[in-house]
Design a protein. Structure first.
Length: 207
């Protein structure tokens, strides 16, 4: 004798909001690399590499996967892409590509990398107007950072000089904005209601 369970399957449980983790990971790694680009650090300038892999890369990539679970296509695309960006950038240096090439070639490579991500960031900036003011602020300041950096790299400016230095300073502002959005997400999620304001969507495309 066999029995069958004809009761409906239990719905899959959503995970906790991974956005605060993804934003925090992005903020910290961006802060470290931007400090180097601004010429503010005193070491070798590679203090960001380990964190690019372990935090900015891995934690953001995980946040992106959890956003897929939560059916948040914007968050999934943003966190997965920038998590992969940090992993790829770290590997570029750690595997010896950046160290073996002449400095001018490295700067040119970085220029193309930042240009490519600025293109991606442009449409994500537009779609971030549908999320909230804090997220829009992250993508807006990031857009400016990436533009300044690829201009600086194509112009042959290493960290601490020219447009690269300005891009580093704007990158630090980007990190602060991302940290704010992360902090707001943590407490708002803990309380289940808006405690720290993040602003409303700027526009409502499609009605």
């Amino acid at each position: 004798m066999t029995t069958t369970d004809e009761s409906p399957a239990a719905p899959a449980l959503a995970v906790a909001d991974p956005a605060p983790l993804g934003l925090a990971a992005f903020a910290l790694t961006t802060f470290l690399l931007s400090a180097a680009n601004a010429g503010w650090t005193k070491g070798a300038g590679n203090e960001w590499l380990g964190y690019a892999l372990a935090y900015g890369g891995l934690a953001q990539l995980l946040a992106g996967m959890w956003e897929f679970k939560n059916k948040n296509v914007f968050g999934a695309t943003a966190f997965s892409t920038y998590g992969s960006f940090w992993i790829g950038l770290a590997l570029y240096f750690l595997l010896g590509t950046g160290a073996a090439d002449p400095k001018s070639n490295v700067l040119n490579d970085l220029g193309w990398i930042l240009l490519a991500f600025a293109i991606f960031n442009t449409y994500m900036l537009i779609w971030s107007t549908q999320v909230n003011g804090a997220v829009f602020g992250v993508f807006l300041t990031l857009e400016i950072t990436e533009i300044l950096l690829f201009i600086g790299f194509f112009g042959g400016h290493a960290g601490g000089s020219g447009a690269t230095k300005i891009g580093g300073i704007v990158g630090i502002i980007t990190a602060v904005v991302a940290w704010y959005a992360s902090a707001a997400g943590v407490i708002n999620g803990m309380k289940g209601k808006p405690v720290v304001p993040v602003g409303k969507p700027l526009f409502n495309l499609g009605g």
